[in-house]
Design a protein. Structure first.
Length: 228
């Protein structure tokens, strides 16, 4: 699992600016959703796809813990699934060779094995599933996540999944910019390297989210439920 400690100079800077490290003392659970981003076969199965994130299975127990805890306390659980298509022209033209992009498009097509959420994830019948077509689920036209969250009265997000520095960071950034209160779970997000993961935690802490561990989020949800 990636390290989760943020270099002290960034922690000190955040405390100087806002007067404290953590943002939220309590969450309104009826307005909260746990967002699990792209925990699909293509990213999780070793050797299956060029999308593989080595070591990603290490965060699965934490995501499953959070999903169970959140359901117990009325927090909506949402699973996104990434699909790459030719319609995303800027990615399709510029960020993969022809052979590589053809493989990625095929493996993430809706209904393909690589598109499916991995069997190790604790998905329940009452959870929401959202197909997304861009790194951020909130990019216009990327998905109907925003509309479904609004319909459910949810404007507080707990963000987990992969890649920490791509889809998770992009979605969390946009969420904050769209006035969602956002929590980013430091040991329930995964990237391809420790350096990329920690860089995302630094960005999240400074500008976009309350960065917490799985244990801390469970405690926060439990305390919020006790106060309700």
């Amino acid at each position: 699992m990636h390290p989760t400690e943020i270099p002290r100079k960034y922690v000190d800077w955040v405390i100087r600016r806002r007067g404290r490290l953590n943002i939220f003392e309590r969450l309104d659970l009826a307005r909260t959703a746990l967002l699990v981003i792209d925990m699909q076969n293509g990213f999780l199965i070793p050797g299956y796809s060029p999308l593989e994130v080595p070591g990603l299975a290490a965060i699965v127990p934490n995501i499953n813990r959070l999903a169970r805890t959140c359901r117990e306390h009325g927090v909506l659980v949402v699973w996104t699934q990434q699909t790459y298509t030719e319609e995303w022209r800027s990615w399709f033209r510029n960020f993969a060779s022809p052979d590589m992009r053809d493989r990625i498009v095929a493996e993430t097509a809706v209904g393909a094995h690589g598109f499916a959420i991995h069997e190790s994830l604790d998905v329940a019948p009452g959870d929401l599933r959202v197909v997304k077509r861009r790194s951020s689920a909130f990019t216009p036209g990327a998905s109907d996540l925003h509309e479904r969250l609004q319909d459910a009265g949810r404007d507080i997000l707990i963000v987990t999944g992969t890649l920490s520095n791509v889809c998770c960071e992009a979605t969390a950034r946009d969420a904050m910019l769209m006035n969602y209160d956002t929590v980013f779970v430091s040991d329930a997000n995964g990237a391809r390297s420790d350096e990329e993961h920690v860089a995302t935690l630094v960005n999240m802490l400074q500008f976009f989210a309350d960065v917490r561990t799985t244990d801390e989020v469970e405690q926060l949800v439990g305390a919020s439920a006790s106060d309700a």
